[in-house]
Write a protein that binds this ligand. Structure first.
Ligand SMILES: [Fe+2]
Length: 274
């Protein structure tokens, strides 16, 4: 006779405004029984850390499927600056700057999951900032100022962070890709509001470019204040899942030849920017 074991787990907050840690064994994570708890943590805490979970690729995919709609990729995506591992690794350098994933998509990813497979001997942490908490903490004047404002998000802005002097050919190529206009304040289906900022934001529509740049910088400075930020210093086997709709993130510098390797899985987007 088989004995059904109840999934066991322990949760604790890592900072007051962002990130919780969830400790559970692989069997409990894969059972799907904790999935409602994880979805709730994603929504309320933005980032969920699974310390030294040591899941295999297959287990990471299976786990991802318990939490939402798995966004299939060709195998597990390798986040690394090593071009032998990922031929497009060069473009990943834009991940050193604050962003959320998929601002040019109609529905941005609901969540991403990274697991640490090889570490850099120096640097290579990851930071997230809670864009719900940052919006909430804005002054009433700033909340009023942002009503109706929309930013244009484009590859040109994203890649300018790594190519500050783009060639004519680069600019022309980047401009062939879809750009998207998104409200600076996202009113979610839940009724909660978050800021949509990051390095893909090119300019604010209808605003003078200089003024626009200043406002985007001011909002980023505000959002990335220490009280809204969680920094993760990776241990081998750690897995971190984050709400891509309520946080922005960035990788902290590490050498391109450090061997740092993360395996990523994703949850399909569930709602459009609004
Ligand atoms: Fe990213």
């Amino acid at each position: 006779m088989s004995v059904m074991q109840k999934a066991s787990y322990a949760v604790r907050q890592l900072t007051p405004l962002i990130a919780s840690e969830l400790r559970a064994d692989a069997q409990s994570l894969l059972s799907g029984e904790i999935a409602p708890v994880i979805r709730d943590l994603l929504e309320t805490r933005g980032v969920v850390v699974f310390p030294e979970a040591h899941l295999t690729d297959e287990q990471q995919v299976a786990f991802t499927k318990t939490v939402g709609t798995y966004a299939p990729e060709q195998g597990v995506f390798k986040v690394t600056l090593d071009t032998n591992e990922n031929p497009n690794a060069d473009y990943l350098r834009s991940g050193f700057f604050w962003h959320l994933d998929g601002t040019m998509d109609s529905k941005p990813l609901r969540a991403s999951i990274l697991s640490a497979r090889r570490l850099s001997p120096i640097g290579g942490g990851t930071e997230w900032a809670n864009t719900y908490a940052a919006y909430e903490a804005l002054s009433d004047e700033d909340k009023a100022l942002l009503v109706g404002l929309k930013a244009r998000h484009a590859l040109e802005a994203l890649h300018s962070s790594i190519y500050p002097e783009p060639s004519y050919a680069q600019l022309t190529e980047w401009r062939q890709h879809a750009a998207r206009t998104i409200p600076l304040v996202w009113t979610h289906q839940s009724g909660r509001k978050s800021l949509v900022i990051g390095n893909s934001a090119h300019y604010i529509e209808g605003m003078d470019r200089c003024e626009s740049r200043l406002l985007l910088a001011r909002l980023r400075d505000h959002t990335t204040q220490p009280q809204f930020v969680y920094r993760h210093d990776w241990k081998l086997g750690d897995m971190v899942m984050w709400d891509n709709c309520g946080t922005i993130h960035r990788a902290l510098w590490y050498p391109a030849d450090s061997g740092r390797l993360m395996h990523r899985t994703k949850l399909e987007g569930e709602e459009s920017f609004a």
